[in-house]
Design a protein around this ligand. Structure first.
Ligand code: PMP
Length: 393
């Protein structure tokens, strides 16, 4: 039976990691995988995470199951962090296996509610969005998003395309720090998106995986909060992998805002059922770390301060890279790097130019020219800037 399986195409980003490891050149630079690294190249365990783990270890007396929806303290703390004011009468939520698990469950939930839906996604989007939807057999429509001239958002194109979404379709939006482009909507533009969704009756599904990496914890959540307070139905898939640095703990949450309390209860039941069918109880350790931090004033302040350091380090690298490139190119055509937000920027280079960076300069980035800003440090920024110019980008 098992020999009937077809070989799976290898994940491009994971392949790049292997290639990077095998490269023996001194001074090679990895700008591929989407993991935060400090200037020493380390993905640290955050101070508050260590402290919370110690508290959990000392206080925990059982490892018995939690509930299918996950611990209530965690879900409440996350709803507060993402939504600010929590509309309890409309909110259903379940803990998930990372942000990816929340995305998968959100799509399953949407399909249970509307078997005929189409999912509208930005072009480009995180490749795993497309891959999950393809695997599930969901019809997908891409909406215009990235303007390869300005490296900003093609907002007219986006508006025209999402206006075509039908009632009960899903429009997937990145809450902040768009992956892979780094290009984001302004709050005014978000307001226009809300107005379009209101008119069409399409349901927004917000993937928020980088809250705190762009303009700050509250600023990054502002678009999600606007959508949540303006529209009757919203799905939100949030990840704690990046902002708590707990990638391997697999910590995420799916929130569904329903039109009324009866629909909230139906959603809550369906979401718990989906967990039961998929993995039964969601993982608890990461969720407990997060709720321990968010509900303790001291730990929360320390975590928020460390997250701010991470964010400011990336912003510093962005402005250093933009200014080096301004000098070397004698133009402001790379200023978009300073305007982008989050861990990534799409350079807008051709696959040949990306290949050239790898072969000539041992600089690794994803083939679509997405670079991970956090893979840089103050010393490697000038090296990258020089290589970008030399590759003719
Ligand atoms: N959404 C986006 C846009 C992402 O970039 C990621 C992580 N790369 C995720 C969701 C999911 O993250 P995780 O499953 O690791 O929590």
């Amino acid at each position: 039976m098992l020999s009937n399986l077809k070989p799976q195409a290898a994940d491009k980003i994971l392949m790049l990691i292997e290639e990077f490891k095998a490269d023996t050149r001194q001074g090679k630079i990895d700008l591929g995988v989407g993991v935060y690294k400090d200037p020493q190249g380390v993905t640290p365990v955050m101070r508050a995470v260590k402290a919370a783990e110690q508290r959990i270890w000392e206080a925990q007396t059982t490892k018995a199951y939690t509930s299918l929806a996950g611990a209530a303290e965690y879900r409440n703390a996350m709803a507060n962090m993402v939504l600010g004011e929590v509309p309890g009468d409309r909110l259903a939520s379940v803990a998930s296996v990372g942000g990816t698990g929340a995305i998968r469950q959100a799509l399953e939930l949407a399909r249970m509610a509307n078997p005929d839906l189409t999912v509208h996604v930005s072009n480009p989007t995180w490749p795993n969005h497309l891959s999950i939807m393809k695997f599930m057999g969901l019809p997908v429509q891409q909406y215009r998003y990235f303007d390869s001239e300005t490296r900003g958002v093609d907002f007219d194109g986006m508006k025209a395309d999402i206006a075509k979404a039908g009632k009960g379709d899903i429009v997937l939006l990145h809450g902040c720090c768009h992956n892979p482009t780094g290009a984001n909507l302004s709050m005014e533009q978000w307001q226009e998106v809300v107005a379009i969704l209101e008119k069409t009756g399409a349901v927004p599904m917000i993937d928020i995986a980088y809250q705190g990496f762009g303009d700050g914890l509250d600023a990054d959540a502002a678009p999600t909060r606007l959508v949540a307070s303006s529209l009757p139905e919203v799905l939100i898939a949030a990840s704690c992998s990046k902002n708590f640095g707990i990638y391997r703990e697999r910590t995420g949450i799916l929130m569904a805002l329903a039109e009324n309390t009866a629909a909230r209860d139906l959603s809550q039941g369906a979401m718990a059922f989906l967990n039961r069918q998929t993995f039964s109880f969601p993982p608890d350790h990461g969720a407990r770390i997060v709720s321990t931090i968010l509900t303790d004033a001291e730990l929360r302040a320390d975590w928020a301060a460390e997250l701010e350091d991470v964010r400011n380090t990336m912003l510093g690298l962005r402005s250093q890279l933009a200014s080096e490139l301004r000098e070397l190119s004698g133009s402001d055509r790379f200023d978009f790097i300073a305007h982008h937000r989050g861990m990534f920027s799409r350079l807008g280079a051709t696959p040949e130019q990306v290949e050239k960076l790898k072969t000539d300069s041992a600089i690794y980035m994803v083939g679509d020219s997405r670079l991970n800003i956090a893979g840089l440090n103050r010393d490697t920024v000038p090296v990258l800037a020089r290589a970008i110019i030399d590759a003719g980008i």
